[in-house]
Design a protein around this ligand. Structure first.
Ligand code: HEC
Length: 148
C-alpha cells in the first residue's frame, strides 16, 4: 500500500514538473519573441526615416537606436534548450550550431551599439550606413535560424 502511494505521488510530481517546464518553455518563447518585436518595431521606424517614409528626427532616431541596442541583449536568454516546437519560428539548427547562433547574436548587439553611438553624433550618412550594417546582421541570422 505504502509503495503504491509513493508510486502515485511520484507520478503526480512528475506530471506537475513536466507541466511547469512546458509552461516555462512557452514563456521563454514569448519572452524572446516580445524582445524581437520591440526591436522590429523600432528598427522599422528607423528604416522608414532613412527611406523618407517618415520625417527624419535625430533625437527620435537616436532614442529608438538606443532601445534596439538595449533590447538586443534580451532575446538570447529566451532560447532555452530545444524550444523549437509549438508557436515559434525558431529552427532546430539553433541548438546544433549554438556557438554560431550566439556569435550572430553578438554581431547584432555590436552593430546595434554602433548605431546607437553613431546616431547620437547626428551624422546622418554614418547613421544610414550603421542601419544597413545592423540590418544585415538581422537578416543573416534569420536566413539560417528562423523558419520562413
Ligand atoms: C542570432 C539570431 C537573430 C538575430 C541576430 C536577429 N534575430 Fe530576429 N529572430 C530570430 C529568431 C530565431 C526568431 C524566431 C523566434 C521565435 O519565433 O521563437 C526571430 C524573430 C524575429 C521577429 C518576429 C518576432 C515575433 O513577434 O514573433 C522579429 C520582428 C525580429 N526577429 C526582428 C529582428 C531584428 C529587427 C533584428 C536585428 C536588429 C533581429 N531580429 C536579429 C533570430 C534572430
Amino acid at each position: 500500500m505504502k509503495r503504491y502511494f509513493l508510486g502515485v505521488t511520484g507520478l503526480l510530481l512528475l506530471i506537475v514538473v513536466n507541466a511547469a517546464s512546458a509552461q516555462s518553455v512557452e514563456k521563454a518563447i514569448k519572452y524572446r519573441q516580445g524582445a524581437f518585436s520591440v526591436m522590429g518595431w523600432n528598427f522599422g521606424a528607423i528604416v522608414d526615416m532613412i527611406k523618407g517614409k517618415r520625417p527624419y528626427d535625430q533625437a527620435d532616431f537616436a532614442r529608438r537606436a538606443q532601445v534596439i541596442a538595449d533590447v538586443s541583449q534580451v532575446p538570447l536568454e529566451g532560447f532555452v534548450t530545444e524550444s523549437h516546437a509549438g508557436t515559434t519560428k525558431a529552427r532546430p539548427e539553433i541548438w546544433t550550431n549554438y556557438a554560431d547562433f550566439e556569435q550572430k547574436m553578438k554581431l547584432m548587439q555590436d552593430a546595434a551599439d554602433l548605431l546607437a553611438t553613431t546616431s547620437l553624433s547626428g551624422d546622418y550618412d554614418a547613421s544610414k550606413r550603421a542601419v544597413s550594417v545592423l540590418g544585415k546582421t538581422c537578416k543573416s541570422c534569420h536566413d539560417d535560424y528562423r523558419k520562413k
